[in-house]
Design a protein around this ligand. Structure first.
Ligand code: MTE
Length: 319
């Protein structure tokens, strides 16, 4: 991954706490109404109010961290999305006119339910949950993000993988017409990622369709992207158009690009340095350039829920 100097980092302020509390009230009101307000299949059908459309019927998740989320500004202006440029400030500019509708997701491989699904139909059977997760990027910065998403485990179960399915592979849209960054071969497009079936059926990963209670902004991976909170941020593949259940380990973009630096697992691990820098500490975006770095936690602090997935695995070799 290209590295940025501290001077490139926007020291924007944390919060807009009042706004966030208002949004949470809205979400709570939706949860109390218990779906009688509007069913999740009305997703995207609401008229945008100020920013992007509010998502109806969002329920709060017990998996959320109680850490203060980063501001909407931090989350939507400091991004990695190489299909829209390699600079952190590129995606907010170059993805602005991207139209994430109509959108289809193709499911292939070792599963009973394969085929091409319209995005709205794909997400309809599942609860929309708000999950506030810590995100730790491989470049040693972090954020706390209030995602809205559906449980990946629930999606996988619904698609009924066969006994041969050992992995789930994901692919991003590869459209040079709509994604200017794809015209340059900075990566071998399409962007690809993958998880083991055990990882994909753990309760933590979500397919995010929103943040701060609203539709997902383009620069964050609209209309649907992966979030795996115990792994480095690059596993969180954006704008997914393909899901494939496989017997063999799938290829993943950063591993293909620089195998010595980026492994398949990419579990957050303060003890295993990146070949070019330490992973022991992280800088929280929004805390200001002079704020001290904080120690990085094993599995990004989610060890209790996921450490068992890697029992007996040498995490230095399987990085
Ligand atoms: N997905 C695609 N398709 N293309 C990308 O360049 N970048 C990854 C990941 N998903 C990327 C991607 C990286 S390196 C990170 S850190 C996260 O997205 C950043 O997500 P965010 O911009 O929403 O914070």
């Amino acid at each position: 991954m290209l590295i940025k100097k501290p001077s490139d980092i926007r020291p924007s302020e944390i919060t807009s706490q009042t706004n966030y509390l208002n949004r949470r009230d809205f979400i709570r009101a939706g949860a109390i109404a218990g779906g009688t307000l509007l069913a999740p299949n009305a997703l995207g059908a609401l008229v945008p109010e100020g920013r992007l459309a509010k998502l109806p019927g969002v329920i709060e998740s017990p998996y959320s961290t109680d850490q203060e989320p980063n501001s909407y500004d931090d989350i939507t202006t400091y991004n990695n999305y190489y299909e829209f440029g390699t600079g952190k400030g590129d995606p907010v500019v170059y993805a602005r006119d991207f139209e994430p509708r109509p959108w289809t997701i193709t499911v292939e491989g070792e599963a009973e339910k394969t085929g091409t699904f319209d995005f709205e139909d794909f997400v309809k059977p599942f609860d929309l949950e708000e999950r506030i997760y810590r995100m730790r990027c491989v470049e040693a910065w972090s954020m706390v993000i209030p995602w809205v998403g559906i449980s990946l485990a629930a999606v996988v179960k619904h698609l009924q993988p066969t006994s041969k399915a050992k992995y789930v592979a994901f692919e991003t849209l590869n459209d040079p017409e709509r994604m200017p960054g794809v015209r340059r071969r900075v990566l071998d497009w399409p962007y690809r990622e993958g998880l083991t079936i055990a990882e994909a059926t753990n309760p933590l990963p979500i397919l995010a369709v929103g943040l701060y209670g609203e539709t997902l902004p383009n620069q964050n991976g609209a209309p649907i992207r992966l979030v795996v909170p115990w792994k480095y941020g690059f596993k969180g593949i954006k704008s997914i158009v393909g899901i494939r259940f496989t017997e063999r380990r799938p290829q993943t973009s950063w591993n293909m690009s620089q195998p010595r630096e980026y492994g398949f697992y990419a579990n957050v691990n303060p003890e295993v340095d990146h070949p070019r820098w330490s992973q022991a500490r992280e800088r929280r975006i929004g805390a200001g350039v002079f704020a001290s770095k904080q120690p990085t936690l094993m599995f990004n602090g989610y060890g209790e829920q996921v450490a068992h997935l890697y029992k007996g695995l040498d995490l230095r070799r399987n990085f």
